[in-house]
Design a protein around this ligand. Structure first.
Ligand code: GLN
Length: 385
């Protein structure tokens, strides 16, 4: 048996969602919206199935979707991508990440990873033969520093995997941090694998800047996106990869043996969705920001110190000032069992020296769900005091 995989814990999202089911709890853990997603996009998928989009589509993705992805990024980020040689459709962003790591890592290559790291990164890097070099980011800023990067980048560094906006920290990196990372990638001839699935879920007028758009990064960046997050349809698993032709050719080789294709009815609906007017995307942000504010305000009122959320479906609370004397993991297990609200302990995103005082909650929920969770959390705080 492969010891890397055999010794892995069950992913924290599955653990907490199972606990939520076992205890009949409100699930603010795993990030999925209550909302069923835009009806017109769902109708397009239904029509596409009826109209015959059901056999294997082309391996690289439906031409109409690859064109829509290129047009979407041209419109939103002024990126000029050739749909034929620089865009590929994958079965979700996780497949795109796995494909990039399997395709680009040679055994012994070093890969820079920022912690908190999404839980799929490290096992996949190791299975690809890579050696992770971790940079520990810390609340409340979670910023990149020259000193931290200098400590890990070296001649053996092949890749850096960079998640922006950052889950679970809920921050949107400013241009300054991107410029710093871009400078290191160029100095050490490193490819950046950018998990930008939260690119549209940014608040308060913030702008997501794709690393691929930074000077010098166009030919050394893999940009990964996801329709699941853009359209609040997390189960669809339609992802996109954009990269310069020599890189994309390699990623296509990985993709052909991982999933080969992605359901064509969903691809057709996503192509339609990506062309929606700006109002849709801005409205989605406003609506989610409203839910963020509702949960933030409610948590603050009952005494939870909230770390501000700039993007993603998540906000974090810092347990330290509550004086609970228990770790984030212990708190989450107690919270779900006794008060019937599930959250995610942020320590699960660290392999070494975890931050153990931060808990992530998903606010992409109906007002009523948020209010009921707040009522339970208020009892949890009172009980603890
Ligand atoms: N991306 C989701 C989250 O961060 C989880 C996806 C999963 O369950 N693997 O909550």
């Amino acid at each position: 048996m492969n010891p890397i995989f055999a010794n892995l814990p069950v992913t924290v999202f599955e653990v907490m969602s199972q606990l939520a089911r076992d205890h009949n709890a409100i699930n603010l853990g795993q990030g999925f919206p209550d909302d069923p997603g835009p009806e017109d996009v769902r109708r397009k998928a239904a029509e596409a199935s009826i109209d015959g989009y059901n056999q294997y589509p082309s391996m690289m993705g439906l031409p109409e979707l690859r064109e829509a992805i290129a047009a979407h990024y041209e419109h939103w980020h002024k990126l000029s991508l050739d749909p034929l040689t620089e865009v590929m459709v994958t079965s979700g962003a996780t497949e795109a990440i796995a494909g990039a790591l399997f395709g680009l890592i040679e055994p012994g290559d070093e890969v820079v990873v920022f912690a908190p790291a999404y839980d799929a990164y490290l096992p996949l890097i190791r299975r690809a033969g890579g050696i992770p070099r971790l940079v520990r980011l810390q609340p409340p800023g979670w910023r990149l520093t020259e000193e931290a990067l200098r400590g890990v980048f070296n001649a053996k560094t092949k890749l850096v995997i960079f998640n922006n906006p950052l889950n679970p920290a809920a921050i949107v990196y400013p241009r300054e941090d991107l410029a710093l990372l871009a400078r290191f990638c160029q100095e050490f001839d490193v490819i950046a694998v950018c998990d930008e699935v939260w690119e549209h879920v940014v608040f308060d007028g913030r702008e997501h800047i794709p690393l691929i758009a930074m000077p010098g990064m166009r030919d050394r960046t893999v940009k990964i996106g996801s329709a699941g997050k853009i359209f609040s349809l997390t189960g669809w698993k339609v992802g996109f990869v954009c990269a310069a032709p020599p890189i994309l050719r390699v990623l296509a080789k990985s993709h052909q043996f991982l999933t080969f294709t992605t359901p064509p009815n969903l691809q057709s609906a996503v192509a339609y969705g990506l062309a929606k007017s700006d109002d849709y995307f801005l409205g989605m942000r406003t609506e989610l920001a409203r839910s963020r504010d509702r949960l933030t305000k409610g948590l603050a009122e009952i005494g939870f110190p909230v770390l501000p959320s700039q993007g993603t479906y998540f906000l974090n609370v810092d347990l330290k000032p509550l004086g609970l004397n228990e770790t984030d993991e212990a708190f989450c297990k107690r919270l779900v069992a006794e008060y019937k609200v599930a959250g995610i302990p942020v320590s699960a995103f660290y392999e070494e020296e975890p931050v153990t005082s931060v808990v992530r909650f998903c606010f992409a929920k109906k007002d009523d769900t948020i209010d009921r969770a707040l009522e339970r959390l208020s009892r949890a705080v009172r009980g603890a005091r």
